[in-house]
Design a protein around this ligand. Structure first.
Ligand code: ME8
Length: 531
């Protein structure tokens, strides 16, 4: 059995979550669910990054202690995971005592290896990035990412000998051309390494809110070092057997480009120093942009995912983000765009397909899925009967390959072509005409009735197949579709536990639907949004 370990970044709790966080978590959830559908042993990790200057400042601005602040804000991030329907196996907090202990052991290993030494630092620091900057990397004297003015800092720090890892990192990148995906992000990271790496400060003398340096408790460990180690520490104490042996190295760390350097350079170097294997891949998706700018908490131009999810549900939100934005590239999002796509694709295309198919089975066959005419399916699979069988299997194969390749929006497009194909099929076959003709006397009536049986069975089978293929993207909707087809008990009950079962990808084959299921039409899956 294969295994699959995927992570999201652990989000900063200096402020409340926004749509960008919900996006990464949703995308990672799509991958996690798909790999569970393949029958793999999956571990999906998300969580929060709770130490550092930003959090300390946010807490003091509210008149709270850092711990009081993080305990309150963490709930909002836990909520994001629940609300987007994420099936994460664990939620790590960097204030978990087990994490703190593991981080100390990890950095002690690097220190014992001689990769950490004490020196003094002076320079410009952006608290929002939690990173030092050199003058030439600033834009008009401001942080390129946050547009804020860096502050001058001078202190004795412990440094990590990143420079000593330059050749090993470059060799690693050369040996693993798909370590960072998409390719242009790999090139970016490699060229950064090739430009030359400088040692980095990995402790802070003035900050209190952090994990103590084990050999010098007057300093705390730099928040980024503390944070990166979460991917490994979580496996040491999350519930489950032998998680480290089962899941390390991670298959995918998913994130946006803002934190590529930390994951593509510092993290591998730290792992090399402490003697661990390196992750298989980083996947760098793009930024969701609002009004042309990257949304960020520091900039204050954020789109709150909660009202959208509360009004329309998790599935439309997941669907919108993964359909609107080509996965791996930046893309614009807006509430108007969300509503437009919801109405045209979810309400008019998918929702309508489900309701017309199920109601025709109700109207013409008393709600029981008819058996297709004898021998027809075999013929269809050989390409001589219904064209849907061949197209359906091609769709499933292509979507699988794209999902395996982390082309999430590409897979969704492939599947959507088939949604549209099914709608055209309804028009082509015109079951309402067949139903009229079936009422006629003699052989014409008999063959129209058989054609109607075949068409209705095809539509039910098409929906069943879609409920497997679309499951990673819109799991609640897919459970509802299977329920309407009489394949599964009430979806709402499964949803209440927050974890819908992932139907096996073995079902992604045409021809598996048994006849005789009792179908119910039900209310529209996606009531239109009227302004
Ligand atoms: O960087 N579009 O946390 P963070 C798409 N704690 N994704 C976005 C986004 C946007 N506009 N804005 C944020 C941190 N994201 C560190 C991580 S990991 C060891 C430590 C997503 O709260 C995206 O995944 O600033 C981005 O990389 C991440 O949130 C940054 O989250």
């Amino acid at each position: 059995m294969g295994r699959f370990f995927i992570t999201t970044p652990i989000y900063y709790v200096n402020d409340v979550p926004h749509i960008g966080h919900a996006y990464t978590t949703s995308a990672a959830d799509v991958a996690a669910r798909f790999h569970r559908q393949l029958g793999e042993d999956v571990f999906f990790l998300t969580g929060t990054d709770e130490h550092g200057t930003k959090v300390e400042q946010a807490a003091s601005a509210r008149g709270l202690s850092p711990k009081e602040h993080v305990d309150e804000v963490v709930q909002k991030f836990k909520d994001v995971a629940v609300k987007v329907g994420a099936s994460n196996d664990f939620f790590i907090r960097t204030t978990d005592p087990q994490h703190e202990k593991f981080v100390q052991q990890f950095v002690q290993k690097c220190y014992d290896k001689g990769d950490i030494y004490k020196s003094s630092y002076s320079g410009l620091y952006c608290p929002a990035c939690e990173a030092y900057y050199i003058e030439e990397n600033l834009v008009d004297g401001l942080c390129p990412d946050h547009g804020t003015k860096p502050v001058y800092m001078e202190e004795d720090n412990y440094f990590f000998r990143l420079s000593a890892f330059q050749d090993r990192l470059a060799a690693f990148y050369k040996s693993r051309p798909d370590f960072v995906r998409p390719k242009h992000r790999y090139n970016e990271a490699l060229s950064f390494i090739e430009q030359g790496l400088e040692d980095i400060s990995v402790s802070r003398a003035t900050l209190k809110w952090g994990i103590g340096v084990p050999w010098d408790e007057s300093q705390v460990i730099y928040v980024w070092v503390d944070a990166l180690i979460n991917y490994l520490s979580a496996l040491h104490y999350a519930p489950g057997d032998d998680l480290v042996a089962r899941f390390w190295p991670a298959d995918y760390h998913m994130m946006a480009q803002d934190i590529l350097k930390f994951h593509g350079i510092i993290w591998p170097a730290l792992l090399m120093s402490a003697g661990y294997e390196l992750p298989e891949h980083l996947f760098i998706h793009g930024y969701l942009k609002l009004g042309g700018e990257k949304m960020s908490k520091t900039r204050g131009n954020v789109m709150d995912p909660f009202p959208l999810i509360e009004r329309y549900g998790a599935d439309p939100f997941r669907f919108y983000c993964l359909r609107e934005v080509s996965f791996g590239q930046d893309g614009m999002v807006s509430e108007e765009g969300f509503k437009a796509r919801y109405n045209t694709e979810l309400a008019n295309e998918l929702g309508n397909l489900v309701s017309r198919s199920t109601s025709m089975i109700g109207k013409y066959r008393g709600g029981a899925v008819p058996a297709p005419p004898a021998g027809r399916d075999q013929a269809a699979l050989e390409g001589t009967g219904s064209p849907l069988a061949v197209e359906a299997n091609d769709t499933a194969d292509k979507a699988r390959a794209q999902l395996e390749d982390m082309d999430l929006s590409g897979a969704l497009e492939t599947i959507w072509v088939f949604v549209r194909r099914l709608n055209r099929y309804v028009e082509e076959q015109a079951p309402w005409k067949l139903a009229k003709e079936a009422g006629a006397e003699g052989s014409a009536g008999v063959s129209a009735a058989a054609a109607l049986d075949g068409t209705l069975w095809d539509l039910a089978e098409g929906l069943r197949l879609l409920s497997v293929l679309l499951h990673p993207f819109i799991p609640q909707t897919c459970a509802a579709i299977r329920e309407r087809l009489g394949l599964e008990p009430v979806a709402a009950e499964a949803g209440a536990e927050g974890r819908l079962p992932d139907p096996s990808w073995d079902g992604a084959r045409w021809g598996l639907l048994p006849a005789g299921l009792t179908v119910v039409a039900g209310a529209p899956l996606f009531p239109r949004i009227e302004d």
